[in-house]
Design a protein around this ligand. Structure first.
Ligand SMILES: [Zn+2]
Length: 134
C-alpha cells in the first residue's frame, strides 16, 4: 500500500543565519571560533560552521564495491575523518561584515519599492553600525 503523503510539510522556520555568513560560536566547546556557514538546516534549527564542532570519525579499510577494471582488490582506505557536526543556531552569532563584531540580527525593509516587494534584509543590531548583513 502506498504510504499516505505527509500532510503539509511544516513551514521551515527562517533562520537568521544563512549559508555563506561568517558566524562566531558563543557557547559550547568552540566558543570564540569564527567560521563560514557551510550549510543551514532550518528544520532542525542547525547550521554547519566551518572549523567548529569538529567530530572525528574513525573508519576502517573496507573493500570497494566496484571492482577495478583489472579486477584488482581495491580497498577504500580507512582512517580519521574530520567533519563538522551541525550546531544549534542559538550557539552562534552572525559576525557583521562592517564592524567585525558578532551581532544580533535585525530586519529592515528596502526603501523605494515597498509596494512591489517590501523585501526584508538583515541588519547589524549595533546602534552605531546598522549596516546590512546581506
Ligand atoms: Zn555592524
Amino acid at each position: 500500500m502506498p504510504r499516505p503523503k505527509p500532510s503539509k510539510p511544516e513551514e521551515p522556520v527562517k533562520l537568521k543565519v544563512k549559508k555563506g555568513d561568517t558566524v562566531e560560536v558563543i557557547s559550547g566547546k568552540d566558543v570564540g571560533t569564527r567560521g563560514e556557514v557551510l550549510s543551514a538546516h532550518p528544520r532542525e534549527n542547525k547550521v554547519v560552521v566551518k572549523g567548529a564542532n569538529i567530530t572525528v570519525k574513525h573508519t576502517k579499510d573496507k573493500p570497494s564495491n566496484r571492482a577495478g577494471a583489472a579486477g584488482a582488490n581495491r580497498v577504500i582506505k580507512g582512517g580519521r575523518l574530520e567533519t563538522e557536526a551541525p550546531l544549534f543556531v542559538s550557539k552562534v552569532m552572525v559576525v557583521c561584515p562592517a564592524c567585525k563584531r558578532p551581532t544580533r540580527v535585525g530586519y529592515a525593509y528596502k526603501e523605494g519599492d515597498e509596494k512591489l516587494s517590501r523585501r526584508k534584509y538583515r541588519v547589524c543590531k549595533h546602534p552605531e553600525c546598522g549596516k546590512s548583513l546581506d
